[in-house]
Design a protein around this ligand. Structure first.
Ligand SMILES: [Zn+2]
Length: 401
């Protein structure tokens, strides 16, 4: 039996369930390494996946191959940011995690002559390397740093709620809190621009069947599985989006999309100029991320996030498809048993509790309340808002396109 595949990126409970039952023939994109382990994947007549098409749309939107055009576009943008920051201490906010992308974003901002304020959200899972990387980079680049520390008891309860809910989106509370904290600080300091450290050329586009980000969804999961009220958590819901976008006039700029992003080159530069150190895996600057990406997701949900990153590198010419396929086959995710023990003790849970949550059948965001049904209904107005640049283009491309 064939899995019921949608004609768009949207997902239904029916198609997701059918996906979980693996009622399909395995297929891998002929251009990248995205495959049928992704619930919403679909292929064109040449066997190319929709994520490759999204890449081409973004490549056309952020052209880098004509150096004159690239320079002019970037200069115009930087000028706008500088103008908006006149008379203020800073002209933009940059999130920092100690990872490659955020360190490179800070470095890029300084190179462009901007005056960023670095903001770090500490969810309690930082590795020592991450902490050192943040300190080194902000000191060497002479950037002020503001750190917001999560209320651990509350944040722990929220993270555990996601484990109990048996969904793969366990890192969404952190992603959303970072987004909110950047806006919060920008609003407080009257800064109009938030620089986003995501590059589609190296990081790709995360499938919604793997990572679904939504503030209403967070509240719903917590309401059902949490044990204490959310008071400190910095959520980002639709009223927040309206407040920060329209009332405060804050814009999120994917600054790294305007330049080439060559990982090897970037590593060399930030090691030299920012005292940066590698921590051995994409986004492994956080112990929890490492645990999730190397253990929970591949083992329980058949999600290998390296496919998204490798696919992006293939599309931007930094890796060959053969290399990536070979690597994915010969290097299974190596998880560290100590990391599991660390996670269990950090959460202050018993092995039994962990085993029980881990063995619950996999679910998805479609099993819980979220904004998704409303977004599907408002598909066309959202498209218009994305086309006009009022909402981020990926919102439509990724969730509804
Ligand atoms: Zn593809």
């Amino acid at each position: 039996m064939e899995v019921i595949r949608e004609s768009t990126n949207t997902l239904s409970r029916k198609s997701y369930r059918s996906h979980l039952q693996k009622n399909f023939e395995e297929q891998t994109c002929t251009r990248c390494v995205m495959d049928t382990s992704i619930p919403e994947i679909r292929f064109d007549e040449k066997g190319v996946c929709q994520f490759c098409h999204i890449h081409d749309i973004l490549e056309a939107k952020y052209p880098i191959h004509n150096e004159k055009v690239r320079q002019e576009t970037l200069e115009k943008l930087v000028d706008k940011i500088r103008q908006a920051g006149k008379g203020k201490d800073y002209d933009c906010v940059v999130g920092t995690s100690g990872g490659r992308d955020s360190t490179w974003t800070m470095y890029t901002a300084k190179q462009l002559g901007l005056r960023p304020l670095a903001v770090h959200f500490d969810n309690g899972w930082n590795s020592e390397t991450a902490v050192t990387n943040i300190q080194n980079a902000t000191q060497k680049l002479n950037i002020d740093l503001e750190t917001i520390v999560a209320d651990w008891e509350e944040f722990r309860d929220l993270q555990i709620s996601f484990l109990k809910a048996s969904v793969p989106d366990v890192e969404v509370p952190t992603d959303v809190a970072i987004h909110r904290v950047l806006h919060l600080i920008a609003g407080k300091e009257n800064i109009k621009y938030v620089l986003n450290g995501h590059s589609f050329r190296t990081e790709g586009v995360a499938p919604i069947g793997w990572t679904y980000i939504d503030g209403k969804y967070i509240n719903a999961i917590h309401k059902q599985f949490g044990n204490r009220p959310l008071k400190d958590f910095k959520n980002f819901t639709i009223p927040d989006l309206i407040y920060y976008t329209f009332y405060k006039g804050i814009k999120v700029v994917p600054i790294l999309n305007y330049s080439e992003y060559d990982q090897e080159h970037v590593d060399k530069v930030i090691k030299q100029e920012c005292g940066w150190e590698y921590y051995g895996g994409h986004h492994h600057e956080s112990y929890y991320t490492k645990f999730i990406q190397s253990y929970l997701l591949p083992k329980k949900f058949n999600i290998d996030k390296r496919k998204t990153e490798f696919s992006a590198l293939i599309r931007s010419g930094q890796k060959t498809r053969e290399e990536a396929l070979k690597y994915l086959e010969s290097h299974p995710y190596e998880y560290d048993p100590e990391l599991i023990d660390y996670t269990i003790s950090k959460f202050e849970i018993s092995r039994q509790e962990w085993d029980e949550w881990y063995s619950r059948p996999p679910k998805s965001f479609l099993d819980y309340p979220s904004y998704y049904p409303m977004m599907k209904m408002l598909k066309y107005p959202i498209k218009v808002a994305c086309d006009m640049g009022v909402l981020p283009e990926l919102l439509y491309l990724k969730y509804l396109g």
